[in-house]
Design a protein. Structure first.
Length: 125
């Protein structure tokens, strides 16, 4: 019987070295943003949220506290002039609420990863 799937090619060493999975022991990165919560920082690799990387917050139910959890670090990111990309959040980000957390809307990018595309591969207009 043939295998169910073709084995994946190994990752290039530079990519493999930069990849951290939540179920593995973590290692620090060159940029770390303190979370604003000492107990959480003690658990995160490098002592805070990793910078210039993708971070996914998984909760049993969305819209419970993820913005309050990430808010202090995101506030520091945008205060330093960097952008924050929100890729496929489960709900449309509420701009007044994000501004209440101190986030400058000029540095926020929302990407609706569930957007439908036409069959031609071109974005719908």
């Amino acid at each position: 019987m043939p295998p169910l799937s073709t084995p994946l090619a190994p990752l290039p060493p530079a990519v493999a070295d930069a990849l951290w999975r939540g179920d593995e022991l973590g290692r620090g990165t060159d940029t770390v943003w303190p979370s604003g919560f000492d107990t959480l920082d003690a658990e995160l690799p490098g002592g805070g949220w990793p910078g210039r990387q993708l971070t996914e917050i998984l909760l049993p139910q969305f819209s419970l506290a993820e913005w309050r959890l990430a808010g202090p670090a995101l506030r520091r990111v945008v205060a330093d002039g960097a952008a924050v990309a929100m890729v496929g959040p489960p709900k449309r980000p509420h701009l007044p609420g994000l501004m209440h957390l101190g986030l400058d809307e000029r540095h926020l990018v929302w990407i609706d990863a569930r957007a439908r595309r036409s069959g031609s591969g071109a974005p719908n207009s």
